[in-house]
Design a protein around this ligand. Structure first.
Ligand code: DOR
Ligand code: ZN
Length: 419
């Protein structure tokens, strides 16, 4: 692809950077300039009422695939992300079969390459004999689920793996509780379960970097920070409390909690204590969500969630810079990817050009196979005009452009990875 210039009102985690132009070549931003240099193509958004920002990064998605391709696939989920302006996604290993052996992890990574956006995977905690084989693959790190927490294989990962480990902060007991209503879930799966799970990890004395995902309780965030761990929150814990809706649509793990927890989480987000927002996009078939006995947990946000969080910017509660820190710079730092999440020269040219002033209704997903949505998802502020991955347009004016430039950024980092 020929080098070109992309001009517009630039913004990233530092806030509004003013009008300027990015020179894009070889999939990267190679230069920033007030005006484009002559002789090369220009895409000019100056004066069009839009902002040019780093693409969003979602470090917690379930794209399913394998035997659960009836719920979502790497391709459908990848396109859902592209539509929303999310240009890097990290998939989770609670697949069927579980992605915790070299063969299945390799298969999942190959399937992820069908996504039009950049991608990687957190591997499940492997049995001891598989740790070396899985660690050699281009994974973003490992994921501890409640059922892994007290197992020897988990201590081994925490003591030997010098990369990132993501913790689902609950205890194994939380997965055994069957008889639950939405209002009682927060009590049966109390906040203490989150805090204790962090203490279990800390007691191993990990050499891994620890990240706590979808913290639903203020105390979890305080403890994570005290232990030097990074922490993200999910949109549902920020936006809902258990009075907002009952029934299966609102069932998630960890559970939606009370108005006090929700208000504290929002306050912590606005005060800059939280490192990222991550969706926990958890697609299920409609029959799994509509059968009250089955009732699979999770909300499928991927095609829309950044624009629900953007409502906080429109309401002037969250600054523009903080928004971009939470949805791109913060997640990039958690992943240890220095060349993602900013408009610095050298960064991968993953960009979202968006109109911040649009107020619209989300009429449902176009790509994601999960079709059940709580009503709060319908109110949207802001929407992408153009979504660019590695310098290539993948979505334009809310229409997919059938280019597939997605890469796994951890592939190129394999050589520099410590043993
Ligand atoms: O609500 C949830 N759904 N929480 C999880 O931890 C897993 C996820 C899923 O995979 O459906
Ligand atoms: Zn999850």
């Amino acid at each position: 692809m020929e080098p070109y210039w992309l001009c517009g009102k630039l913004v990233d985690y530092r806030g509004l950077l003013g009008e300027g132009c990015l020179r894009i070549a070889g999939g990267r931003i190679v230069e920033l300039s007030k005006i484009p240099k002559p002789g090369e193509g220009v895409r000019d958004y100056i004066g069009k009422g839009v902002l040019v920002a780093p693409g969003f990064i979602d470090i917690h998605v379930h794209l399913r695939g394998l035997e659960q391709s009836y719920k979502e696939t790497e391709e459908t989920g990848g396109w859902a992300a592209a539509r929303a302006g999310i240009t890097l996604i990290v998939d989770m290993p609670n697949t069927v079969p579980r992605a915790s052996t070299p063969d299945i992890v390799a298969l999942k990574l190959a399937d992820l390459s069908k996504a039009p956006v950049d991608h990687s995977l957190f591997a499940g905690i492997p049995e001891s004999q598989d740790l070396e084989g899985v660690s050699r693959l281009p994974i973003a790190g490992y994921k501890i689920y409640p059922n892994d927490l007290l197992e020897l294989r988990t201590s081994k990962v925490l003591r030997e793996w010098r990369g990132l480990v993501v913790l689902h902060p609950e205890l194994p007991e939380s997965e055994m509780i069957i008889e639950e209503k939405v209002w009682s879930r927060g009590i049966l799966r109390g906040c203490w379960m989150e805090a204790v799970s962090l203490e279990v990890v800390a007691s191993v004395g990990p050499v891994s970097r620890i990240h706590v995902t979808h913290a639903s309780c203020p105390a979890t965030i305080v403890l994570a920070k005290k232990l030097g761990y990074s922490v993200d929150v999910a949109p549902h814990h920020l936006l809902y409390d258990y009075r907002d809706g009952d029934g299966c649509m609102y069932k998630v793990n960890p559970p939606i909690r009370g108005s006090g927890e929700k208000a504290s989480l929002q306050q912590m987000l606005l005060n800059g204590v939280i490192d990222a927002v991550a969706s926990d996009h958890a697609p299920h078939a409609l029959w799994e969500k509509s059968d009250p006995l089955y009732c699979s947990p999770g909300i499928p946000w991927l095609e829309v969630w950044p624009w629900i969080i953007h409502r906080l910017v429109s309401a002037r509660a969250l600054s523009l810079g903080e928004f971009h820190r939470l949805v791109s710079r913060g997640p990039a730092r958690i992943l240890g990817l220095k060349d993602y999440g900013s408009l610095h020269p050298g960064a991968r040219a993953n960009l979202v050009v968006y109109n911040p002033n649009i107020r619209s209704r989300f009429e449902g997903p176009r790509h994601s196979m999960a079709r059940h949505y709580p009503s709060i998802m319908q109110e949207v502020s802001g929407w992408p005009v153009e979504v660019i991955v590695g310098g290539v347009t993948v979505y334009y004016m809310d229409q997919p452009v059938h280019a597939k430039p997605g890469i796994n950024p951890f592939t190129s980092r394999m050589l520099s990875r410590p043993a």
